[in-house]
Structure formats: C-alpha cells, structure tokens
Design a protein around this ligand. Structure first.
Ligand SMILES: Cc1cc2nc3c(=O)[nH]c(=O)nc-3n(C[C@H](O)[C@H](O)[C@H](O)COP(=O)(O)OP(=O)(O)OC[C@H]3O[C@@H](n4cnc5c(N)ncnc54)[C@H](O)[C@@H]3O)c2cc1C
Length: 456
C-alpha cells in the first residue's frame, strides 16, 4: 500500500509539471487532487469500498444511455402500409424543416406563414381519402389522421389550418355538394390553389348552432341574399372560399353556400387577442345582403343534419390533432427532463418525474389507440356520431392534462414560449372547445347510451 501512495505521488508530481507547461486551467484542476488523496489515505478499507460503490453508481448516472424519444409507444405506425409510412416521414421532414424553426415566432406575432402553403401543396396531403376523379388518392382515414398527428406534433395551428381547409371546408363540398360542385371546387382545393374556410359559429350562437342560426338567407330568383355575422372563422382573412351556413327565411332550415371571400357585402375582421392557436387567422365575418348564385348553394345541404355530417368527420380529425399536440408536448418534455440537471442529477432521474412521464405516456397511448380505432371504423364506413364525439372528448381532455403536466415538469421554463411547451399548452385550450365543446360532445354520447337527450 505504501509503495502505491509513493508511486501515485511521483505520478502527480510529473502531471503537475506537465500541467504547468500547458494551461492555468489544467493546473487548477490538479490542485485539488492532493487534498482528496490525503483524505482517501486516512480512510479505512470498509469505508473505501463503500465509497467505491457510490462512485460506480454516480458514474452510471452521469453517463446514462439515452433511449430514443418516441411518443408512439404501442407502434401505431406499424398499422400503416409501407407507402403510407413514407408519407408520414415526408410530413415529419417538412414540419421539422419548414415549420418548427418559425412556429414560436409566428405564434407570438399572431401571423400565419403564408409562404408554407406552396410547400405544403407539394406534400400532396389534401383530400387524401377522396376518389381519384376529384384529384384524391383513395387512401385511408388512418393515414390522414396520423398525418394530422404528425403536423400537430410540431405545431397545432398549422394542423388547424390543414383541418379547416382539408376537413371542414372540403368535406362540406364533398358531403353536401352536387356532383358538378364536387368536380368544380374539390380539385383546385386539393391542389391548394384555392383555400377554404367554414363559417357556422356566430357571436351569439355557439354550441346551440343546431337550434337556430341568426344568419339568414333568402332566395330571390336564381340568387340568394345572405345577411348576418359569424365568429371564430379560421382561415377567413385569406381564404378564397368561405362555406357559409345560414337559416332559410322561408322554411327555417339551415343551408350551406360556397361564398367567394371578396363578394361585395362580406368583410372579415381578424380576432387579435387569442391565447391559443395564435397562428390561425380566426375572424369575425360581417355579411350585409351578400349575393350568392343558386349554383353556389350546396345542393345536398337541406337541414342542420347535413351540416352535422361534416362535423362528425372533422371531430375525428380534431381528436388526432389533440393526439399530436399532446405527443409534441410529451416528447419535448421527456428530452428536457433528461438534460435538465438539479441536485447534480437529471430531473428525469427523480421518481416523481418518472411517475409523471409514465402517466403522460399512458394517457397518450390510450388516446392513440382509441383514435386509431376510430379511424379504422371510419375506413370501414361504420363510424357513428357518438364514437366520433367520445374520441374528441377523450383526446382533448387528455391533451389538456398532458400539456399541463409538461409545463409543470419544465418548471419556470415551461411558461416560456421559446421552450415550446407553453405553445402546446395554450393550443390545447382551443382544441378542447372547438368542433363541439367537451360538454356538447359528451351530450352526444349521453344521448346515444341513455336514449335521453339532455341538450336543453
Ligand atoms: C380557436 C377557435 C377556432 C374556431 N374555428 C371555427 C371555425 O373555423 N368555424 C366555425 O364555425 N367555428 C369555429 N370555432 C367556434 C367553436 O366551434 C365554438 O367556440 C364552439 O362550438 C363553442 O361555442 P362557444 O364558444 O360560443 O361557447 P358556448 O356555446 O357559449 O358555450 C360556453 C360554455 O357553455 C357550455 N354549454 C353550452 N351549452 C351547453 C349545454 N346544453 N349543456 C352543458 N353545457 C353547455 C359549453 O360546453 C361551454 O363550456 C372556433 C373556436 C375557436 C376557439
């Protein structure tokens, strides 16, 4: 043992001389070593072994092998065909390259990055499930849903833009339009040469849209006159076509119209003070005697029941958005907890942190499985209203919980937009309320399972 310490002393002396020649920093690092060694020299063998055990553990903790970060815990991706997985990879690459670097900045400014529209067009992801005669690709709803997840995983506002155009507006024409209308309007919208918006909600009529809109339409010969106000209408400040829903003065039924945004009498006013989805351009729409030809009336929209057919489809899309928003928050937070050091250890090493991460992942996985199954039902043509509603509720409630836990795990940094999770947290709020609030969708489910309508 004596010779060990004297050999070590000689080596230290040599190292000192070398460090002196190299840099002050090296010299400083070596200067603590003699006192550490003299402390070790005085320890008994038992204590030395204990210390060795601890040192091994610390070494292990300091260099843990970081597993890859992946919020798809049950491999939902494997449900897709190989060519569909390629599409998902393309969407991911697009979002990481084009949207991720600018999302926080545009969110803070409340502006929409118009320059991404032509780039998004090249992805060919609009109207994916439609027949080829309309420019569609006859691909699955599962793929479309997972594309939504992939977009929202990076930015939920971009996904809302996609959902309003490709879901609400396009589906209104697909579900409620005549064959001529489908052939005229769907192909340019699929190519994103024309962008759509969907105007149902009004300043005084939100959840109760089925009970009576205040916006009216009146037929005069081969044209319709529309007057009223709409609120919250996404994409409305720049869309080419706005699908306007109005109550017919004659039969009191809801009818739908494809209205050019630049039609005289129609003006839009951007809603500025949002704390959620700030990139989405939501607007108030004022309409005073807006003239629309009969050829622009959706020929198969004869009552609110037809509007509800569109909402059923898009609720599935919102459920996927919630999955994506929650996944983005979870994945970002997991990475953060592995890098953030407190008490000399990554915060991911604390038991409470791991418990929260596991809770987040289990909730996220349950959401993915439920919404994935919903898309399969949609692909089989058997999805009903209550199935869409329960998925929308479950996914948006889960999204709110996950983004909230994400923020908590990031401490103070969690409220900074630059740390991303605050954006997801804010965006989760709009998902929770639009396309039917949690309560309204729960009432759809309640009515189906009890046979009793509790709406009013
Ligand atoms: C960011 C954003 C984007 C949107 N985009 C669009 C769009 O593009 N196009 C469009 O048409 N609309 C859009 N909307 C509107 C959205 O669909 C409505 O906000 C939603 O339907 C709720 O209506 P409301 O906000 O008027 O709330 P209200 O209907 O006033 O509801 C307020 C509260 O009362 C509860 N409530 C209401 N009725 C009942 C009941 N019978 N039982 C129990 N509770 C009830 C609700 O659940 C909610 O908690 C958007 C909204 C937001 C926030």
């Amino acid at each position: 043992m004596e010779s060990f310490w004297s050999d070590l002393g000689d080596k230290m002396k040599g190292a000192y001389e070398d460090a002196e020649k190299r840099s002050k920093k090296d010299l400083h690092m070596l200067s603590n070593i003699p006192s550490i060694l003299s402390f070790l020299k005085d320890m008994n063998q038992e204590d030395l072994l204990l210390l060795l055990d601890q040192a091994r553990k610390i070494k292990k903790r300091k260099n843990p092998k970081k597993p890859p970060i992946n919020g798809d815990f049950y491999n939902m991706r494997d449900k897709l065909e190989p060519e569909d997985r390629v599409k998902i990879d393309e969407v991911r690459a697009f979002m990481l390259k084009e949207v991720e670097p600018i999302a926080n900045d545009y969110w803070m400014r409340g502006e929409f990055p118009m320059h991404i529209i032509p780039k998004m067009r090249d992805l060919n992801i609009i109207g994916l499930t439609y027949e080829k005669k309309y420019g569609g690709q006859e691909r699955s709803n599962l793929l479309e849903g997972m594309i939504g997840e992939e977009i929202a995983r990076v930015d939920t506002s971009t996904c809302t833009f996609f959902g309003v155009h490709s879901g609400l507006a396009l589906n209104s024409i697909y579900i409620c339009g005549s064959e001529e209308q489908r052939m005229e309007f769907i192909p340019p919208m699929i190519r994103m040469e024309k962008i759509g918006a969907f105007a149902l909600t009004e300043p005084d009529v939100g959840s109760a849209a089925s009970m009576g809109l205040k916006t009216t339409c009146r037929r005069e010969g081969d044209r319709w006159i529309i007057s009223g106000e709409k609120k919250w209408i996404g994409n409305a400040t720049f869309a080419d076509y706005i699908i306007v829903w109005a109550k017919d003065e004659e039969d009191s039924q809801v009818k739908g119209f494809i209205v050019d945004r630049e039609t005289p009498g129609l003006t839009t006013e951007k809603i500025e003070d949002k704390m959620s989805l700030r990139i989405v351009q939501n607007a108030l729409i004022h309409m005073v005697d807006v003239e629309v030809p009969e050829s622009r009336r959706l020929q198969n929209a004869n009552s609110f029941k037809d509007t509800a057919k569109v909402l059923k489809m898009t609720r599935a899309g919102v459920a996927w958005q919630a999955v994506g928003c929650a996944r983005g928050a979870y994945e970002h937070t997991l990475g953060y907890t592995m890098d953030r050091m407190q008490f000399g250890r990554p915060i991911a090493s604390f038991q409470i942190t791991q418990d929260m991460l596991a809770q987040m992942l289990s909730q996220l996985t349950a959401m993915q499985c439920l919404v994935g199954r919903l898309s399969e039902l949609l692909d089989q043509g058997v999805m009903n209203d209550e199935q869409a509603s329960i998925a929308k509720v479950f996914a948006t409630v889960g999204c709110r919980a996950i983004t909230s836990m994400s923020r908590e795990l990031m401490g103070g940094n969690g409220i900074l937009i630059s740390n991303k999770v605050a954006r997801f947290l804010g965006d989760a709020e709009a998902l929770y309320s639009y396309e039917g609030t949690k309560q309204i969708n729960s009432l759809v489910v309640g009515r189906a399972i009890t046979g009793i309508s509790a709406f009013v």
